[in-house]
Design a protein around this ligand. Structure first.
Ligand code: BG6
Ligand code: MG
Length: 214
């Protein structure tokens, strides 16, 4: 197949480039236990791609106590984030698969533009720990936005950073909320992992290197 033009890729981070979603789960689960909630995998799946504050609200649907003040909610989020960052601090370049590393390299060599579009405020720390900061032309993350996915803000920000029109960008995301965000941003959406079974994804892939055939 002859490649007609260079492409502009916007990648979600957690669950696409690195598998930090298991760390999110462990940290939320520990935090939830302190307020009497047993977080299960089904609820955890609803947190995929969702901002920290929105994730807490989803977990609190199971909370049986008196309504919590914003101060208490902030403390719970901080507690979760501290636990989460303990896991992140242990990450190394070995936490990125060869499939992801090689594919990013090949896309770059082809002259494509590569950006991160992640709701996480820890995105830069993660990229630094796994040695991928320089693999991307631009990084849009939770520190650049007010609204998390499914709002299109973070993908639009990434397109703006790349100086590309949204409709010329392809977003890759493992979360249903990420696919919705990409469609809301008027981008092509590629589903991988969980979102590879979501009908709104324009393409569904099994492994990261399948991107090379798109
Ligand atoms: C997304 C994750 O990438 O980032 C969510 O899929 C997470 O699970 C969100 O809640 C915010 O992350 P952070 O690191 O800012 O708490
Ligand atoms: Mg994700």
């Amino acid at each position: 197949m002859v490649r007609s033009s260079k492409k502009n890729w916007i990648f979600d981070l957690d669950g696409v480039i690195v598998f930090t979603d298991k760390f999110h789960y462990l940290a939320w689960k520990k935090m939830a236990k302190t307020i009497g909630i047993d977080l299960d995998e089904k609820t955890n799946n609803r947190l995929r791609g969702v901002s920290r504050a929105d994730s807490l609200e989803i977990i609190l649907e199971q909370y049986k106590g008196e309504p919590l003040s914003q101060k208490k909610k902030n403390e719970l989020m901080e507690e979760k984030n501290n636990l989460y960052r303990e896991y992140l601090n242990e990450m190394t370049p070995n936490d990125v698969s060869d499939d992801v590393k090689k594919t990013l390299r090949v896309l770059r060599e082809r002259g494509d533009k590569l950006a991160i579009g992640s709701s996480s405020k820890n995105a830069r720390l993660i990229l630094e720990k796994v040695g991928l900061t320089d693999a991307f032309d631009e990084i849009a993350d939770g520190t650049n936005i007010k609204k998390g996915k499914p709002d299109p803000e973070v993908f639009l920000k990434a397109a703006e950073f790349l100086h590309k029109a949204p409709e010329k960008c392809i977003a890759v995301d493992d979360a249903f909320s990420g696919i919705d965000a990409a469609k809301n941003a008027n981008m092509k959406a590629i589903g991988i992992g969980d979102s590879a079974r979501y009908e709104k994804a324009d393409y569904k892939i099994n492994k990261f290197s399948d991107l090379l055939a798109i």
